[in-house]
Design a binder for this molecule. Structure first.
Ligand SMILES: Cc1ncc(COP(=O)(O)O)c(C=O)c1O
Length: 367
């Protein structure tokens, strides 16, 4: 049987032809396409400086470094995210500190985040799970009150907005991901929006081995950087994708509306907040009733021709984080949602009829 995936990128023929041109051009690593991609991203982020990376993870880590995060610091974040969110904190030598999520939005509960802060807290990483923005007004107020830097994990929320302003166009440091599953993809890739263009030279150094070139043959290294540049091949995919961002977001919103219209409320699942203005609908996720094991639901849905994802288990319960002292019972909302959240198919090329198929299969699977 043809299984409906939970996501699939939409790469058009013009983009494929553009990538072929790059491959024939003789310059395939970071070059003119990356510059053009960064300029196009900057335009979407209110003209702010943007630098492209080989992953969202790299963008987040450089964001933390630019925020001055390092050994002895704590960074408060959500346990309900892709594990990259906390792993990058460990990479800087700082300590990730988790706080529970709001069960309605599934995003970091900012009151719980504030309660988890200590004098060592240097920064906060809000995560826009499934593309639903964290309250940017409350976030900005909290950061100002506590004197904290913010590194927005907007990996899933490119194309989303807050009160009419695109994410990335305001705030402190903002990291996007262009991983294959994201609304806009470069295969693998990411970007970091800078609050001040004066940070760009250091950002570029951190991105590529700390190297600064001058004149015809000058080279200096005065800090340790990574190897985190994006290729021109990837950037050309991104340029083709960016041109279709509005179309993609609109289609995702339409599909999300169809889910709300057709989902059987009697199944007892928790639906996401009905936000058709701000969320980019990166994922459509339901939380299953506690007596319906997710693994069984996933297996049954597959039999019915529907792929279902699990994004994400609460990360403080991974062995790496348990070894750092985190344990079960600390974040009941994140733990419950992490056990029972299920990602249903949603991607621009999906047909309206596919939503009906998913809803019907779920009715059978949960019966
Ligand atoms: C919430 C979140 N944070 C960080 C990342 C890391 O991005 P990447 O996979 O591009 O490194 C992802 C993407 O998978 C993500 O979903």
């Amino acid at each position: 049987m043809n299984v409906l995936p939970f996501t699939r990128p939409s790469i058009d023929e013009a983009t494929i032809a553009g990538v072929a041109e790059v491959l024939r051009s003789g310059w395939i690593t970071s070059g003119p396409q990356v510059k053009a991609f960064e300029a196009a991203l900057s335009k979407r982020c209110g003209g702010r400086a943007v630098r492209a990376f080989c992953s969202g993870t790299a963008a987040l880590e450089v964001g933390l470094r630019l925020a001055g995060v390092g050994p002895g610091h704590e960074v408060v974040t959500s346990p309900l995210s892709w594990v990259a969110t906390a792993n990058v904190v460990l990479e800087t030598g700082a300590r990730p500190v988790f706080a529970d999520v709001d069960p309605r939005t599934r995003n970091l509960d900012l009151a719980a985040a504030e309660a988890a802060m200590s004098p060592a807290t240097r920064a906060i990483i809000p995560v826009d799970l499934a593309g639903l923005p964290v309250d940017r007004d409350a976030l900005g107020a909290l950061a100002a009150r506590r004197g904290l830097r913010v590194v927005e994990d907007a990996a899933q929320s490119f194309g989303a907005s807050w009160k009419g302003r695109p994410l990335g166009a305001f705030g402190d440091l903002v990291a996007f991901s262009f991983h294959a599953n994201k609304n806009v993809t470069t295969g693998e890739g990411g970007a970091l929006v800078l609050p001040d263009p004066a940070l760009a030279p250091t950002c570029e150094k951190l991105r590529l081995q700390g190297v600064v070139r001058t004149g015809e043959d000058g080279m200096e290294v005065d800090l340790l950087g990574g190897k985190w540049n994006l290729t021109d091949i990837a950037a050309r995919i991104g340029l083709g994708q960016l041109a279709r961002l509005e179309e993609f977001t609109a289609r995702r919103r339409t599909l999300a509306r169809l889910y709300f219209a057709q989902w059987d409320r009697a199944l007892g699942c928790e639906l996401p907040p009905e936000d058709f203005e701000q969320s980019n609908w990166h994922m459509f996720q339901v939380v299953l009733p506690a007596d319906r094991p997710r693994a069984r639901f996933i297996a049954r849905m597959r039999e019915l021709g529907i792929a279902v994802g699990a994004h994400y288990p609460a990360m403080h319960l991974f062995a790496l984080y348990r070894h750092l002292g985190w344990r079960e019972g600390q974040f009941p909302h994140a733990e419950r949602i992490g056990r029972s959240i299920a990602t249903l198919p949603l991607f621009p090329a999906m047909a309206d009829a596919d939503v009906a198929r998913v809803c019907e299969a779920a009715r059978k699977a949960l019966a």
